[in-house]
Design a protein around this ligand. Structure first.
Ligand SMILES: *Cc1c(COP(=O)(O)O)cnc(C)c1O
Length: 219
């Protein structure tokens, strides 16, 4: 079956108000274009070098989402075009995004990445760190980032109950931040959670953006 067929099946299975970021890592132009030709325009990459390379060989009207860990020294390469950065995991990184966004006269949509998995290796903030950022005077004066919500990756596990608990925690962080810092800000509305193996659970737990790669390209 074709990539296009798998994408259309997936899109039809998922409620229309949920965004799908089609994750193109390890994929080349032809496969990505199959998804593009269904009318889909939202694609994601987890590496700076790849997002830049693919942006250059693919149509201009693709909205590129940066979903992987981002080093501060590479921010400048993606700010001119990136549509959303899912992986803001430090204040230092957010400051860097804002300062380059100022130079390019852009307001960049960002998600705060939370550490929700049991594994040590996954990046992300905890509630204290997120609150510290959002309470700070420096953040309040940042005019070129839009905090659009939160993102998280569940444990790499077969344990559905564990994954559900982690997604539920992320939804809890979202609700708490919404109430404390964004109650009058409708832009703060996204929960980016759910990948090929756990998106059913993520949808049930309140996801608004799914990041799906292998289920589309190598099912
Ligand atoms: C690769 C990747 C995904 C998609 O993973 P699949 O299991 O292929 O759907 C989602 N989010 C991030 C951050 C990734 O790196």
């Amino acid at each position: 079956m074709s990539v296009q067929f798998h994408f259309v099946l997936l899109r039809n299975e998922i409620p229309g108000n949920l965004e799908i970021v089609a994750v193109t890592k390890f994929q080349e132009k032809n496969a990505i274009m199959e998804v593009y030709h269904t009318g889909h325009r939202v694609f994601g990459e987890n590496k700076v070098q790849e997002i830049i390379r693919k942006k250059e060989i693919l149509p201009e009207d693709i909205q590129w989402h940066m979903i992987g860990h981002l080093q501060t020294n590479k921010v400048k390469y993606i700010i001119p075009f990136v549509s959303m950065i899912h992986s803001v995991d430090s204040f230092k990184l957010l400051k860097e995004i804002n300062s380059h966004a100022v130079k390019f006269n852009r307001i960049v949509d960002c998600l705060l990445q939370f550490h929700i998995a049991t594994e040590e290796s996954k990046f992300g903030l905890d509630m204290n760190e997120a609150s510290e950022i959002l309470e700070s005077k420096e953040f309040i004066q940042m005019g070129n980032v839009n905090i659009a919500g939160v993102m998280g990756m569940a444990s790499f596990s077969e344990n559905a109950a564990l994954i559900r608990k982690e997604f539920r925690n992320l939804k809890g962080y979202f609700d708490e931040l919404k109430q404390k810092f964004f109650h009058d800000k409708p832009n703060f509305r996204h929960i980016s959670m759910g990948m090929s193996n756990d998106y059913h659970i993520a949808i049930e737990e309140g996801s608004t953006i799914l990041r799906i790669g292998s289920k589309i390209f190598t099912p």
